[in-house]
Each structure stands twice: as C-alpha cells, then as structure tokens.
Design a protein around this ligand. Structure first.
Ligand code: G6P
Length: 474
C-alpha cells in the first residue's frame, strides 16, 4: 500500500551540530493519515519541503546508516521527492494554493480575478512536472496490484498519469477540500478543467468528505467530461481522534498553558471566571477569522452586559505566508483585533486575545477552557476544530458553526448554525451560545462528541483502503 501527498508525515531540520531533527508534519491531512502508523510495507511518498528535508534526502537518512537503495528514502517508509524548488513553488504556491484552492473555496474576487495568462501557463507546466514526479516515483515503488492512495488537490493529475504507467494498480484519490460547483469550476480554461477532471478520473475510486462535495464533482464531470466513466465515488467524513485528544489534552504542558491562558482571560468584576469564545485556525483565507471578529464586535455593541465578562480567544497559526494575500489577511485579522481592543478594553479586560504563532499544547488548553467554539469558515472541506473542541472542553461547549463547513452535515443538529457572511446572525448566535443553560449545553456537547468521533482517523482510512481493494481490476 502506498500513500502520496504533498506534505508528508515528518519534516526535518538541520541542528547546529549538523545532525537532523525529525518533527511531525502539520495540517489536517497529516492528522487524518497519521492513523496508518508504521503499517508493515506501507510507503508514504511526499515532497521534500524544507532545507532539512532536502538534506535528509541527500544523506539517505533512515534505516540506519547508508542507503541500501538507489532511490533514497527518509525515515521508515517515507520517500521524499526532491523536486526542484522553483518547480515546487510554481506547482504548490502558484497552481495548488492560488488557483485550485481558490476555486474550491470560492475565494476569487471575480471583477479582477482570476487571470489565466502566460504566467499561469508556465506554472501549470510545473504542476504537470510535479505531478509526473509523483506518478513516476509511485510507479517505481508499487508492487504488482498494490493499492495507491493519492491525496488532495496538489496531485489531481497523478491518478491518470499513474494508470498509464501501471495499469495493474488499484488507485484511489481523496479530496480534503470542498469541490467547487460546476459554474465556478467552469471559470478555469477549458483544457485545464478537462485535464484536472480526467486526471482524477484515472483513479478507480475518488473519496470526498461529504456528499455535497462528491455531488459537486459529479456535476462537473457531467458538464465537462461526459460523466464519471468507470470511476467509483465514495464519501468518508473524517472524524476526530477522541482517545488521542483526551489523553494529550491532560498532559503537563497543556495544564501549564491553561494556567497562563486563565490569567490572560482574567475574571469578571463579580469575581467569576470570564466566558471564553474560542477559535483555532490556520491564518487561512477561507476560515473567515476577520468576520468572526466583526461578529464579536457586534455582540459587544448590542450587549453591553457582556463587557468585562467575555473574552474572544483567537489562535491563528501562520500558513502559506509565501503568498502576499495570506500575509495581508493575517495583518488584516490583527488590525481588526487591535481595533476592538482599542475601542472596548478597560484596565483589567482585553476583549480579544489573538495569538499568531503555532502552539499545539496552547490550542488544547484553549479547547479545554472554551465556553463557546466559533467555527465560521466561508467554506471548508470538513473542519476538525468543530469536532475537537466538544471532545475536550472541560465544561462542555456551545458550538457556533458555519453551514458552509463540511462538519455542518454531521454536527448541524446540535450546533448553532450560521451563514458565515452574516455578521448580525453570527453575533446573535454568539449571544445564544453564551447564554445557553448548563443542561442544554451538556446534552448538546454529548451528542456533538458522539458525532465527532463516529469515524475516527484509523477507521476512516481503513474504510477507504478496503473499498479500493474490493474493486476488481479492469
Ligand atoms: C488543508 C489541505 C491539506 C494541507 C493543509 C495544510 O487541510 O487539504 O492538504 O496539508 O491544508 O496546508 P499546507 O499548505 O500547509 O500543507
């Protein structure tokens, strides 16, 4: 069995003494796939992303000592592809994150964007080269009839390319993002959209996080390629890893950060603990962090009774900052937070606590202290934070959830559901969440936690693998 994704399960850094230090890779995809563990014989093919990764490839780290193979592997069961940095940048920043991510999350401001020009065509050629490098590595590594699970929008062309090289393989592809409606996908140049869809239809089986995204993909195929052909479609809603999160969130480093965070949140004038509205995201355009802050400001405008009694804890972790639009979005988020603090803060109260630095233990500390979880993305494949907070919150939590997150389809009954663009509605939802009685909150949290763990990562992965293996080779 082989897995292929842009970001792999480990990332290396070179220490001052020249040795290599391995760290677990980040992102929702890695959380989901880490469940496969050290499955004997499984190989994970990914990109070398850091200088440390490239150095690890050069040294042929793993397996102890010198590489026994012509193609270097890194660590146990991981093969990192050292794709030239400029080709990778064009494919990852240029096409995957600036075009495909924008298409599937409806992020373009269409009066000015997108523009498909010569630069786009140049980047597209790199996207093809990068996909071909994966297809070739997989073709080299796979045993006869092996199952290959290709991940995400970075690698849409791999299934088609791999099928040509190795018709004996069972090929699956999983999309961790939403899929665009046909009209919006249709913004892409004709040849590109056909190439993307045909590339994916090279798979035996395509997986999506919700029925909604699967249907959107099918609609695109009906419109642009004349249907799905022989490819099967499956829906697998990735759940949270409850056992891991519950245990991890009670470790000493989390307790320590809870103490710090309690201090930052402070106490209300009557001496009671202030309520915490918590959100944790990457600094990602689709996460809608700025509108969340505007809704919180509206809550403070409409309900002076919350002044000094509530704090909005927003952790936003830097992501994709090679792209100017991401850096600007982070700055805009910081600007809105500062504006709210300027307007409302009192000597003992900072209405917004915003941190823009990655710290997993601190996120778990915030989860545990949350009274309200705010998850209001413009559009999101699933959103695991919505599933994680109810599992971990010490006193249960009320969940304010966007109807545009994949998680809405599983958690919608027990969340307070909002239109992510509607500031007034979101402000009302926050008020409702803050005033929810303890019994109702406990009941809802229980049901949310059950729904959130319905398909834990290990089962999510096995389900797909079994479905793929069950397909008769054509
Ligand atoms: C989303 C994508 C993943 C990606 C993650 C982090 O969840 O679906 O494929 O790994 O974001 O983004 P990054 O660009 O840092 O890999």
């Amino acid at each position: 069995m082989l897995v292929a994704s842009n970001r792999g399960p480990v990332s290396y850094a070179v220490r001052e003494d020249g040795s290599l230090h391995a760290k677990r890779g980040g992102g929702g995809l890695v959380s989901g796939l880490s469940a496969i563990g050290p499955d004997a014989g499984a190989l994970w093919v990914c990109s070398a992303l850091s200088d440390g990764d490239r150095e690890a490839v050069r040294r042929g780290v793993g397996g102890g000592g010198a590489p026994a193979r012509a193609k270097p592997r890194v660590g146990d069961g991981v093969r990192m592809l050292d794709i030239p940095a400029d080709v990778h940048a064009d494919a990852y920043n240029g096409i995957a994150n600036s075009v495909l991510w924008f298409i599937h999350h409806l992020l373009y401001q269409t009066p000015l964007e997108p523009v498909f020009d010569a630069e786009f065509r140049r980047q597209w050629a790199s996207y093809e080269t990068y996909n071909r490098a994966f297809a070739q590595a997989l073709a080299e590594e796979a045993a006869q009839g092996a199952a290959v699970l290709v991940q995400d929008y970075h690698l849409c062309l791999v299934p088609g390319m791999l099928r040509e090289l190795r018709p004996d393989l069972r090929i699956g592809h999983f999309s961790h993002t939403p899929w665009a409606p046909a009209d919006y996908f249709g913004l892409l140049p004709d040849d590109i959209r056909t190439q993307l869809l045909r590339g994916m239809l090279g798979a035996d089986r395509l997986g999506f996080l919700t029925r909604r995204w699967a249907d959107a993909f099918t609609a695109c195929c009906t419109e642009f390629t004349g249907g799905l052909g022989r490819t099967e479609i499956g829906v697998h809603g990735l759940g949270a890893d409850g056992d891991f999160l519950r245990a991890r969130s009670h470790e000493p480093d989390v307790e320590e950060r809870m103490a710090d965070l309690r201090e930052e949140i402070g106490t209300a004038p009557d001496g009671s603990a202030r309520k915490a509205i918590v959100r944790v995201d990457r600094t990602e355009l689709s996460k809608n962090i700025a509108r969340g802050l505007l809704a919180y400001r509206q809550l403070l405008d409409d309900h002076p009774e919350w002044h000094e009694r509530v704090v909005h804890v927003a952790f936003a972790y830097p992501s994709r900052h090679d792209l100017a639009v991401y850096r600007e979005y982070t700055a805009e988020t910081q600007r809105v937070a500062a504006e709210i603090n300027e307007r409302y803060a009192t000597p003992g109260w900072n209405p917004v606590v915003l941190h823009v630095k990655d710290d997993f233990a601190r996120s778990l500390a915030a989860y545990r202290l949350a009274d309200v979880a705010l998850v209001n993305p413009i559009r999101d494949g699933m959103n695991l934070v919505a599933k994680e907070v109810p599992l971990v919150a010490d006193n249960g939590c009320a969940l304010v959830l966007s109807r545009e997150a994949g998680a809405y389809w599983e958690l919608g009954d027990d969340a307070i559901v909002v239109n992510p663009y509607d500031i007034m509605e979101t402000a009302r939802a926050l008020h409702q969440a803050l005033t929810m009685g303890p019994e109702e909150r406990a009941e809802r949290t229980k049901r949310l936690a059950a729904a959130a763990t319905a398909l834990p990562p290990a089962q999510w992965f096995l389900e797909q693998l079994q479905a793929l293996r069950a397909i008769q080779p054509s």
